[in-house]
Design a binder for this molecule. Sequence first.
Ligand SMILES: NC(=O)c1ccc[n+]([C@@H]2O[C@H](COP(=O)([O-])OP(=O)(O)OC[C@H]3O[C@@H](n4cnc5c(N)ncnc54)[C@H](O)[C@@H]3O)[C@@H](O)[C@H]2O)c1
Length: 323
Amino acid sequence: MSDIRKVVVAGGGVLGSQIAFQAAYTGFDVTIWLRSEGSIGRCQPKLDKLKKTYLDAIEVMKTVESPIDPNWCRGIAEFGKFDPEECIANTEKAHAGIKLELDLAKAVADADLVIESMAEVQEEKTAFFKKLAPLMPEKTLLVTNSSSLLPSSFTKDTGRPAKYLALHFANSIWKQNIAEVMAQAETSQASFDAIMEFAQEIRMIPLPVNKEKAGYLLNSLLIPFLFSGLDLLANGVSDPESIDKAWKLGTGAPRGPFEIFDVVGLTTAYNIVEKYQKVPGIVNPLLKKMMLPYNFKAQKAILKKYIDAGKLGRASGEGFYKY
Ligand SMILES: NC(=O)c1ccc[n+]([C@@H]2O[C@H](COP(=O)([O-])OP(=O)(O)OC[C@H]3O[C@@H](n4cnc5c(N)ncnc54)[C@H](O)[C@@H]3O)[C@@H](O)[C@H]2O)c1
């Protein structure tokens, strides 16, 4: 068992609220640090909604017969050891127990772990780490949940290079329960091991990423895959349905790139292209050579055409496909 008991999550947005809820659900003492009363007003409804999400999921899980059923939420319980009453009690306890704090010094005074999950803005994260560094006790481990900024971008601002690394969650952590644990060059093995252990304690499946890599494991695979599909369309090589079929029938995978785009939503897809085209090293150089002119501009133009036509994906009834 790790020595971590007191967890502080900095930022109470989409992911911050989920991480806080999951850590509280699994019995940790959790505080969310927020920067203003306005942030509290936005964070509390997210926690209320998460409580309902967990309770609804637990109801559905009572009817699930296989651990590979997509309704089975691995973050909530292990298949075969599911005690609905206990899960409901943990949900109520998590919701009642999370503390919201505006005073950063007070929030982190006795923290074993601080999880930074603020908006993906480098300057704001830098300013936060600088402010945080002198306030944490010696023992505190520090992780960032940043999706696209490498942890080494902030090492010097943290004041504790050996105790600092990345712990990256996936959205909807109660069911998509992977946690990518990524070291930067100065992270100690002891800190890495402690975070691997903590991730497991909050019912995540910890995946070690032993050196820095933009996109960690999942996005290093997924983003070039989605870009590749889009690029085939952008270059007029084929149509969405055929590209999806090639992937599904050729590999046995359940969805092709355009079906994934429709699930994710085309506005999010546009933002992904926008964001990841700037991440150095996200597209494998080998892939880059294999493809026709790798054209982010044309990829974005296609997505924009669909978005402007109101075809936003599955949620709007039509994207690349009609539903
Ligand atoms: N959304 C996802 O699917 C996802 C998945 C994995 C990781 N992440 C990462 O998690 C982090 C947060 O993402 P999110 O989706 O929760 O964003 P979000 O916009 O929902 O939440 C951001 C939070 O940060 C706070 N914040 C912003 N600037 C701040 C500042 N200067 N000082 C203090 N607080 C500030 C906001 O008030 C809000 O509570 C990002 O680093 C992102 O890359 C997101």
